[in-house]
Design a binder for this molecule. Structure first.
Ligand code: AMP
Ligand code: GLY
Length: 424
């Protein structure tokens, strides 16, 4: 079979690579793809914009691409699944109604309350003054979230009243466009963050291996948040007992409540959790897609052919599908970025040492890159995700850094402490 992967990040390179691990998948086309998907054997890129649903459908139908895997949240929130499904294609990724679980934090919060899912207490505001009054009464620390998709930049964890006020004023002054016209103000959750991505056909839901992501740019988890600077799996912070709670208190109620709301949700449901010191898996947010870079750490451990899992979801057969098989051991992904990210950063730097890095035991996934002649040049803030595998976290992390040592480009930046929590 042939598969279409929508998106151009490290996640999408990983999805394309993972699909092609099975001999049943003969070709992957990435729209628009990156330097990694341009050079991956049996894979090529197609330059199309992600809002060209008609063009994408026409290409898939004419060329017999039966499976479409949507990577990023924006096209899902814009209804790409509804359109492509309407054209008879098999799409892995929720419809527009389901994507609200990520696309609107106010929607998602009301949904969690209805489903009885453990989460932080929150209030929703559409005007500045009542929001200011609430924050003053509630006190700090407090979390201010723009409602809509803001590429991970719409959240402020405010430790002082002044920070909270500035964040509210910024959101209501239009800093995040329409995304910030509604603001969710919520209590701070304490604990360790973890990502549980689950596959679902709308009725049955099954978790993948739990992962942890380093969101902050700086070592020791300091500095501003990014899309993610590294990830590892399976994280021991989600113990089997906690995973059972996640299944019963988060994943199953979520899918049941989506059903009650008349939403048929097929694809990935990503629970961003804060595991409290008492072991309660509070939900910080839901995402409607694979995580980036969690995917780069989780999928290399998957033994079951990915397209089979996806087709079982699309065809409503997940309950009858055999348990997912995983490789033993651990995986760790180190994100290599351009200095300056998550703010302003240069692009167009030639990347050296990719072949040498790939010749080690590690997997080199490309993110913000493009092919330029015979060279690969940087084209984004997060440039590469280098995944090491091993019997232990220590070995996996060492393998990732050994590969990173072969890579160089101007203004290259990466954290040297990925996985420090699981190194002991
Ligand atoms: P979100 O986009 O909702 O995932 O928020 C981005 C990041 O902000 C999360 O990954 C957390 O690190 C942090 N965050 C969001 N909400 C909370 C909360 N209620 N308590 C503590 N940290 C939070
Ligand atoms: N790594 C966080 C995310 O994908 O949203």
């Amino acid at each position: 079979m042939k598969a279409l992967v929508i998106g151009n990040g490290g996640r999408e390179h990983t999805l394309a690579w993972c699909l092609l691990q099975s001999a049943d998948v003969t070709e992957v086309v990435c729209i628009p793809g990156n330097g990694g998907t341009a050079t991956l054997p049996q894979c090529r890129n197609l330059a199309m914009t992600l809002d060209d649903f008609q063009g994408i459908a026409r290409f898939a139908l004419v060329n017999n691409f039966t499976l479409v895997v949507v990577g990023p949240e924006q096209p899902l929130a814009a209804g790409i699944t509804d359109y492509l499904q309407g054209q008879g294609l098999k799409v892995f990724g929720p419809n527009q109604a389901g994507a609200q679980i990520e696309a609107s934090k106010a929607w998602s919060k009301a949904f969690m309350v209805e489903a009885g899912i453990p989460t932080a207490r929150a209030e929703v505001f559409t005007d500045l003054n009542p929001a200011l009054a609430y924050v003053e009464q509630r006190g700090t620390p407090i979390v201010i979230k723009a409602d809509g998709l803001a590429a991970g930049k719409g959240v402020t964890v405010a430790t002082t009243l002044n920070d909270a006020i500035q964040a509210l004023k910024a959101a209501f002054s239009g800093k995040f466009g329409v995304a910030g016209q509604t603001v969710v103000v919520e209590d701070v959750l304490l604990g360790q963050e973890a990502s549980v991505l689950a596959v679902t056909d709308g009725t049955t839901i099954r978790p993948l291996l739990p992962a942890q992501d380093h969101k902050a740019i700086g070592e020791g988890d300091t500095g501003p948040n990014t899309g993610g600077m590294g990830a590892y799996a399976p994280t021991p912070v989600v113990t089997p007992e906690i995973m059972t709670q996640v299944q019963r208190q988060v994943l199953e109620p979520a899918i049941a409540t989506l059903g009650h709301r008349g939403i048929h949700y097929c694809g990935i449901l990503y629970a961003g959790l804060m595991i409290s010191p008492e072991g309660v898996p509070n939900v910080v947010e839901f995402n409607c897609r694979f995580g980036d870079p969690e995917t780069q750490a989780v999928l290399p451990l998957l033994e079951t052919p990915l397209h089979q899992v996806m087709l079982a979801c699309i065809e409503g057969r997940l309950a009858d599908f055999p348990p997912l098989q995983w490789k033993p051991g651990a995986a760790a992904c180190v994100v290599v970025a351009a200095e300056g990210y998550p703010d302003k950063y240069p692009k167009g730097m030639e990347i050296f040492g990719l072949a040498e890095a790939a010749a080690t035991d590690a997997l080199v996934f490309q993110a913000g890159t493009r092919r330029q002649g015979n060279a690969i040049v940087s084209d984004g803030g997060r440039v590469l995700g280098v995944t090491g595998l091993g019997d232990s976290f220590k070995a996996a992390i060492a393998n990732a850094y050994t590969a990173v040592d072969h890579i160089c480009f101007e203004n290259m930046y990466y954290r040297r402490d990925i996985g420090y929590r699981v190194m002991g």
